[in-house]
Design a protein around this ligand. Structure first.
Ligand code: MRU
Length: 402
């Protein structure tokens, strides 16, 4: 059992972007092939690919897809640049909170600016090459973060983590979970508490799965159990990731992070944020300046269950064939529940949504919250660790990034 056996999350192959469909993990590990940038935007919006560092690389691959399908065939440079700018802005805005997505797109825009004399065909080769390099750099940065973070722990440590910051949130290896993987290799992990991370259960579905694959002792808890395990003295360190870190050190991360930081402070537990330098946004002064993504109310109003039918007799197979003959088939149910059938990967898949709340209920569903810099013990990056004791995170962050 080793982290090296985890799958890569996103890659370029035969002129298309391939990714593991994380909406269906861990029960189904379908590979989604995106041939157009619009397809990749849908995958980003549905969280088939997610996690700030993975989104950075997805942004670059979206531009590579545009270039493959449209850009490289354009002859007029002015038109090329104007369309590039349009698509770049569409991709950058697919999800508003993680800075890595516009960062990844901006890296490709810089490349175009640096090569004013290249034809669209030549630019296409450069874009794909650059996006592939970014994927490799992501893995290298994660491994460096893992090494830097693991040094902070001396002996067997009981961690608590939130959301998914593992290999699946990056191209490979992970950020905060990468620190746990490295610390585990060094014999420093006693136990990991995994927050379920409602509403989409990235902790329960993805982090719990990665830790099992790597053989790290762990237990899943519902989000509202974190205070209890801290009060019992069962947590030595909280460690999680970030979607954007502002100039003053405020951390924007998965909803629930702020609450954990308050709990950690109350129980004198160190609170570590692990993120690559690409997650720092020095153009925004404080966390309240960041746009927080609000997601579909259905994520809270019910549960989604996906799976595959496994017809054992001809009659059922024929019925499923008939229903899906013309593509995905919607099966509305009573009480607002809903199911879609589809033929995927050589089988019959279903995605079902079951309402668990009253139909009239009002919902507020922010995907992220802001943790003040004052609640952070240290930021673990690939360039080094920023200890927050100075209480001047802006100066420390600038010194490290410059
Ligand atoms: O909505 P998601 O699943 O993209 O949110 C992911 C997170 O909030 C992670 O904690 C963050 O991106 C850090 S990932 C290394």
């Amino acid at each position: 059992m080793s982290v090296e056996n985890l799958p890569r999350t996103i890659w370029w192959e035969n002129g298309a972007t391939h990714l593991i469909d994380q909406t269906r993990l861990p029960l189904q590990g379908d590979i989604l092939v995106c041939n157009t940038y619009e397809g990749l935007i849908s995958a980003i919006k549905s969280l088939a690919v997610r996690g700030a560092p993975a989104l950075g690389v997805a942004g670059a691959y979206a531009m590579a897809l545009w270039s493959q399908v449209e850009g490289r065939l354009m002859e007029d440079r002015e038109k090329y640049l104007s369309r590039f700018t349009e698509v770049a802005s569409e991709v950058s805005q697919a999800r508003p909170t993680a800075i890595n997505l516009p960062w990844g797109v901006a890296k490709i825009a810089e490349l175009i600016e640096e090569h004013p004399d290249r034809t669209p065909v030549q630019l296409h080769e450069l874009i794909v090459e650059r996006a592939n390099e970014m994927a490799q750099e992501d893995e290298a940065a994660n491994r460096a973060m893992g090494a830097n973070g693991a040094e902070l722990f001396d002996g067997p440590t009981k961690f608590l983590t939130h959301c998914n910051t593992g290999s699946l949130a990056t191209v490979f290896f992970g950020t905060a979970l990468g620190v746990i993987f490295t610390a585990h290799d060094q014999g420093k992990v006693e136990h990991v508490w995994v927050d379920e991370t409602r509403p989409l259960n990235q902790g329960g579905r993805l982090t719990a799965w990665e830790l099992l694959q790597v053989g790290i002792p762990s237990a899943l808890i519902a989000d509202d159990m974190a205070a209890d395990v801290m009060a019992k003295g069962w947590v030595d360190a909280v460690i999680l990731g970030a979607d954007r870190i502002c100039a003053d050190g405020d951390v924007v991360n998965k909803i629930g992070t702020y609450g954990l930081s308050v709990l950690a402070k109350e129980h004198n537990i160190p609170f570590y944020v692990t993120a690559p330098s690409s997650t720092f946004d020095l153009t925004l002064e404080r966390g309240s300046d960041v746009e927080i993504e609000e997601r579909d109310s259905r994520e809270i109003e019910g549960v989604t269950i996906s799976g595959k039918f496994d017809p054992s007799d001809d009659r059922t197979a024929r019925a499923l064939d008939a229903l899906t003959a013309e593509g995905p088939c919607d099966l509305p149910m009573s009480k607002g529940h809903h199911m879609t059938l589809d033929r995927k990967g050589g089988g019959y898949s279903f995605d079902a949504w079951f309402r668990t709340t009253p139909p009239q209920v009002m919902v507020f569903n922010p995907a992220f919250d802001v943790t003040p810099a004052a609640n952070v013990t240290a930021y673990i990056t690939e360039l080094g660790v920023i200890h927050n004791e100075t209480k001047d995170p802006t100066a420390a962050i600038k010194a490290l990034l410059e």
